[in-house]
Design a binder for this molecule. Structure first.
Ligand SMILES: NC(=O)c1ccc[n+]([C@@H]2O[C@H](COP(=O)([O-])OP(=O)(O)OC[C@H]3O[C@@H](n4cnc5c(N)ncnc54)[C@H](O)[C@@H]3O)[C@@H](O)[C@H]2O)c1
Length: 255
């Protein structure tokens, strides 16, 4: 039997890149699907040092035609129907909601929520064409699935929706043998988050019970575990990968 095929969106950098690498190094062939294609398949193979087959394809997850074309290209390449889908691509706009443009609001919801829906729908449709499937989807949420973050109203709204979509999709796709779960990362050090503040690690480590920020590999390792057969009865669940950060209640200092 060949490797399982995993499609990872937003995998050219950051957390998605680490997830794609971890899946490739744990027996999956991988489709790196991103809006941009700065790194080629041979770059990935060279840097990852594993024997997985890697393909880099462009997709805009918020665009229905682009998502269908991605799955058509996978078929044209002669690859198997994907077994694993990681809906990781997302975008974020900072600023007070009174100043937010409708365009920024719509773009955030389109990429983060509609993109997750479109990719999930197409994945499930293609899986439906093969029998006895055992698919797994992981949607990338956030601590703000449940908690409101300041100046991130569109992003917060989108991640709350991702968690409920995870539950709704798990209800409907379970009969097809597809498990759908969500990972909610805490403060994870990436190029993007480091650029947000002068010292990302010093800002977030003291707030995190495990007293450090997370690495992209912390998230990737959780994703690999969640799509694996050992987690075969887990569906509709959200797992926080945050060192305990967003389990903390607001509590008065006077205690
Ligand atoms: N980094 C963190 O601390 C953190 C915390 C909580 C949740 N998350 C979530 O983890 C995921 C990855 O975060 P990151 O920090 O690595 O993000 P990032 O911004 O570094 O990377 C996002 C990737 O998605 C791609 N992308 C954006 N729009 C796309 C589109 N329309 N179609 C296809 N690809 C698109 C980008 O090109 C990029 O490669 C996101 O879902 C994010 O919300 C991250």
């Amino acid at each position: 039997m060949g490797n399982r095929l995993a499609v990872v969106t937003g995998a050219q950098r950051g957390i998605g890149l680490a997830i794609a690498r971890a899946l490739a190094c744990s027996g999956h062939d991988v489709v790196v699907a991103d809006l941009h294609a700065q790194n080629s398949a041979s770059w990935f193979r060279e840097h990852w040092g594993c024997s997985a087959r890697v393909h880099c394809l462009k997709v805009d997850v918020s665009d229905e035609g682009s998502v269908c074309s991605l799955f058509d290209q996978i078929q044209t390449l002669g690859l198997s129907v994907p077994d694993v889908l990681i809906n990781n691509a997302a975008t974020q706009v900072w600023g007070p909601l009174v100043d937010m443009s409708l365009e920024d609001w719509n773009r955030t919801l389109s990429v983060n929520v509609t993109g997750t829906f479109l990719m999930t729908r197409e994945f499930a449709r293609r899986q439906g064409e093969v029998s006895a499937t055992k698919g797994a989807i992981v949607n990338m949420g956030s601590g703000c699935n449940h908690l409101a973050f300041p100046d991130l109203s569109a992003y917060v709204s989108s991640k709350g929706a991702v968690e409920m979509f995870t539950k709704a999709a798990s209800l409907e796709l379970g009969k097809q043998g597809i498990r759908v779960n969500c990972i909610a990362p805490g403060a994870i050090e990436t190029d993007r988050t480091q650029a947000e503040t002068d010292n990302y690690s010093d800002s977030w480590s003291p707030l995190t019970p495990l007293n450090r920020v997370g690495t992209v590999n912390d998230v990737a390792n959780a994703v690999v575990a969640l799509v694996g057969d050992n987690m075969g009865f887990v569906s509709g669940e959200t797992i926080r990968v945050d060192g305990g950060l967003f389990g903390r209640a607001v509590w008065p200092d006077s205690y």
